[in-house]
Design a protein around this ligand. Sequence first.
Ligand code: FAD
Length: 394
Amino acid sequence: MSVSIWQDRSNRHNLAEQCSDIIVIGGGIAGLSCAYWILQEDSELKVTLIEKGEVGDGATGRNAGFITCGSVEHFNRLVEKHGESEALEIWKFSETNLELLEEHLITGSEKELQFEKKGSFSLASTETEFQELKKSALLMQKLGIEVEVIEKSDIDSRLGARGFIGGIKYLGDASIHPMKLLDKMKEKLLSFKNFKLFENSEVFKINSVSQEKEVLTKGHRFKAPIVVLATNGYSALLHDYFKDKIYPTRGQILATSSVEKFMEGPCYANFVLDYFRQLPSGELVIGGFRQLQKDVEIGYSDETSDVIQNALEQFIQTHLPALSEADITHRWSGIMGFSVDGQPMVGAIPSDQQIYFLGGFTAHGLGLAFHGAKCLADILFDREIPSFISAKRF
Ligand SMILES: Cc1cc2nc3c(=O)[nH]c(=O)nc-3n(C[C@H](O)[C@H](O)[C@H](O)COP(=O)(O)OP(=O)(O)OC[C@H]3O[C@@H](n4cnc5c(N)ncnc54)[C@H](O)[C@@H]3O)c2cc1C
């Protein structure tokens, strides 16, 4: 948001002022998780969370609900880039993310959150990708990660999917209703007496005033010694530091009417670019095909495009016969934050050590952000974090 000199009321003496110990900007899974871990650490701290729309208006309320391990690419590529030991560390990091989510938020509320732990599949439609998946599976098995190779005939019977020649199943993955997860987090946060939430409050400026940070929205002047940016894809709009580090990248989805259950679990296809899953209530959610319009699928607009929406529909017609008669009920898009190297970034801005941040979840925030936010709290409380996630790597 740009604000004109006429709209900027920060110099008015009667602008509502709000003082806290820590301000978190961004009401997605990262921001809520940060506030949660900070308050777990010290419930006496005054934590204020500011969200420009409502909680969940960003990517977290618009994603497909996969809670998957690893990153945007097949495990063999992760090993090629990082070596076996760090690739395993990256995988384990997201495994711990799910364990933490279960321990702190999910256990006992599985039904309410539509949480299912049925693993996830990566499907190959070409021999080249199947070879790569099998290579990944061997590497993973060697490192003790639970994975199963799936042959063509099983794909048909277990997933109701046609046109794939093989795949692998990651046994530990899960899925969830992302908005219900956020609702649960919000409810927990609001039970802390020192937590304050400001929705419909877009931050347009962060100033330094004496030893403090002054965070301005049209209606408030917020003050705190520490600010955490959990604005992911939108981060570069608030601070130039992110311009060459976290790129706003659009993803599109559609959802169909409900059909009888036909899939064993959520699926990725085409080198993790496309994905689909059947919800517990029978609807199919399918997204991807960003590769068709890479130049358009950037920026901050959450429009949908005919090219990608048609490709999603075509995918259903080609690969998922159970849905041939289903109606399309929803089409939407959301803005993700892609980091330069595909791994999340947690740290402080080098030129301003009072502004911390976490972001760059590169399409995997549900699988990474809860643990990532714990790392942010680790930094605030002077503990080390894994180097692959630390922003110091840049
Ligand atoms: C179509 C799509 C499908 C996806 N599927 C999956 C999936 O299945 N599994 C998975 O793990 N990940 C998926 N992702 C990615 C996942 O949604 C993100 O990684 C995750 O939600 C990031 O969470 P976040 O809190 O960092 O960002 P967000 O949820 O985007 O939250 C950032 C918040 O900051 C707010 N904000 C921005 N600027 C300001 C400001 N100036 N003032 C105040 N507030 C501000 C925004 O309104 C927003 O609510 C998908 C994303 C999309 C778009």
